[in-house]
Design a protein around this ligand. Structure first.
Ligand SMILES: [Zn+2]
Length: 223
């Protein structure tokens, strides 16, 4: 209905109607703020974002450093091999473990080469918990040798008699394997008696000959 052409019919109410129409027209022409404009998101402070990233990077670096150090300490710290004898012809890992436990908490050595006594096989190798956990050994009075050395002991008294062939063969194989795996040069295969005033590992184990043999065998099979 065209109100403008018939103002007399509507009386005073007409003016109000007119105002209403104008108001609606103005509203229609104006942009719809809430639907057309971009949605306003709650503001996140830019400083918070910047702080989070270095923090994550720092945490990642720390985790990698810790894991790397742990791995290095477990597998890459070995620099020496120390040879011992047990000075007794009867014994196995459990037997010596009992003897050493009170003083050193566990067997003092990492690896034991059996001589066939106490239900073992001659030349059999037993690894102590100390080796499984890659803990320091307690076999010498030199701290650096205990922390960075692998302690290998042969069951027997080799001050009194020669090393049985199978036990000697096992020792050579083991030394080759360890020196290869941990890149330990033959010059760092040491007899207990070379660093301390002791007869260990006995006069029948000639460490200098052993070093030469390992050096020769390593040359034959270069890696
Ligand atoms: Zn010793």
């Amino acid at each position: 209905m065209d109100y403008a052409k018939r103002p007399w019919i509507f009386g005073s109410g007409f003016r109000n109607k007119k105002k209403e129409i104008k108001k609606k027209e103005i509203e229609r022409n104006q942009p719809l703020h809430h639907s057309d404009s971009k949605p306003v998101l709650p503001k996140t402070s830019p400083s918070r974002k910047i702080q989070l990233r270095p923090l994550l990077i720092a945490i990642t670096i720390i985790i990698f450093l810790l894991l790397g150090t742990r791995y290095w300490w477990r597998e890459m710290r070995w620099r020496y091999i120390i040879i011992h004898h047990t000075a007794s012809d009867v014994g196995n890992l459990a037997f010596y473990r009992k003897q050493h436990k009170a003083r050193w908490g566990d067997l003092a050595y990492h690896i034991l080469i059996e001589n066939g006594s106490l239900d073992t096989a001659r030349g059999q190798i037993e690894y102590s918990q100390r080796w499984h956990k890659r803990q320091y050994n307690a076999s010498t009075k030199k701290t650096y040798l205990n922390y960075f050395g692998i302690a290998v002991a042969l069951v027997g008294n080799f001050e009194n008699h020669p090393v049985p062939t199978i036990q000697a063969q096992t020792l050579v194989k083991l030394l080759l394997r360890l020196s290869d795996k941990y890149n330990i040069p033959p010059s760092r295969i040491i007899g207990h008696g070379e660093v301390q005033n002791t007869k260990c590992p006995g006069k029948y184990i000639q460490i200098s000959e052993l070093r030469e043999l390992i050096a020769k065998k390593r040359k034959k099979t270069p890696h």
